[in-house]
Write a protein that binds this ligand. Sequence first.
Ligand code: BG6
Length: 513
Amino acid sequence: MNRAAEQTQTNPLREGLSTRAVPQPCSVVIFGATGDLTHRKLMPALYNLAADGELPPAVTVIGFARRPKSDDDFRKEMEEAVKKFSRQTVRDEIWKNFGQSIFYHQSDFSDESGFKSLAERLDKVDNERGTRGNRLFYFAVAPEQFEPILKHLKTVGLNKAREGSWARVIIEKPFGTDLASARELNRVVSNSFSEDQTYRIDHFLGKETAQNILVLRFANSIFAPLWNRRYIDHLQITAAETLGVEGRAGYYETAGALRDMVQNHLLQLLCLVAMEAPSDLSADSIRDEKVKVVRCLRRMSADGVSTDVVRAQYAEGAINGKSVPAYRAEEKVYPKSMTDTFVALKLNIDNWRFWNVPIYMRVGKRLPKSATEISVHFKKAPMVLFNKETNEANVLVIRIQPDEGISLRIQAKMPGTSFRIEPVKMDFHYGTSFGKASPEAYERLLLDAMSGDATLFARRDEVEEAWAFIDIIENAWSQKKNAPELYFYPAGSWGPDAADELLARDGRAWRRL
Ligand code: BG6
């Protein structure tokens, strides 16, 4: 039996259908229950799981927050939120049942007595609803609240489960703001919960297409021989959003695009594309391979940051024909803010597989389109025979979102009596091939945490290694003297010219999305 299977029990009825472990009845305690994440993501995800029959019936959700509120008030508030944000239309008969499994617990995060009463309440829920002493604590709060909550959970003994049950904690990003703070946070978490109880969420890993990267690479035999420096010219990863800072300036001003997206989501995607095949599918075998990729990222020098990283901020412009303000004019943004809302960078992985294969990443807010994709650009065919004049490379595109799918660009002869060659696409679309909507990332991740499967969560060493890489760039940017330039781009454009020049000087160009 592999390690993942040992950790959890499997349901024989699901054999052949799926290899995943079965979620177990539990109480899900959400700290920060009145916040945005709970409204937009967590509650809709739980509802959709219930509607799809994926949630064990005993699962009980307890919202923990400061504002006084009755269970019924909280239920009503959640019903409205779910109706607004759920991917499926809310069905009354399902909501009726699901709504009854939601409760509210009012307390300040710094008040120990609120945690004592939470422990009593959880025991009661176990007896009345059959949650079997299993507890999942979700930290949907600002990072400064992590420590008091963790401390109180430990004081009242909620960090430990009784024999045969489990207690787990899901921590939302941002997981630190640099290596030192991430280490400190890891230390604080580990004072109350062991590593195998800790689930650091990176919602990109829960996206259907991100999970499919491993299937594409390791369930098909045709890609493996090509997936290396001999055949790959370079990789591109783009995460573009039309949205601006959307009222999150309080957080975003302390983060910027590099910390907000590159340190976690984009490096995680890169790990999936670049990792070696794991020895089995257990969480640790996969994460062992992923962390090696981050460890092999070539560390930049200060000069390297100036030449290989472009930072920029959106200026006034238009998105879909509608004018939008500059970042500096957004609410709660410092008028002289130097925060990056766009980053383009060139990285190298110093290992045998990818040595000297450049990896170009770009991420930005207020770009013309919302789309995330990875493209693998293969080397060109020899310029003989058909390829003397036009010679386009084969490109494998993994569309993370929207229109999830994969396409491969190949050369084909145009029909007709002349010999014209044109690139065409072989295309796979999730929507049409499976005729089924993909679940939201949070659905998959919540279910995995209830099943004890940490594969799609970031491990301590992965997070710390990623910060070690990012810190070099942030440190170069924060220099008082000779700091690399902050460029500006009009909202609705693909970033500053410098981002195009980053590739142009290597004789390459960003793929058009
Ligand atoms: C979050 C970032 O982690 O990911 C946001 O904090 C960003 O700034 C979001 O907008 C993008 O996620 P998605 O799933 O909408 O692509």
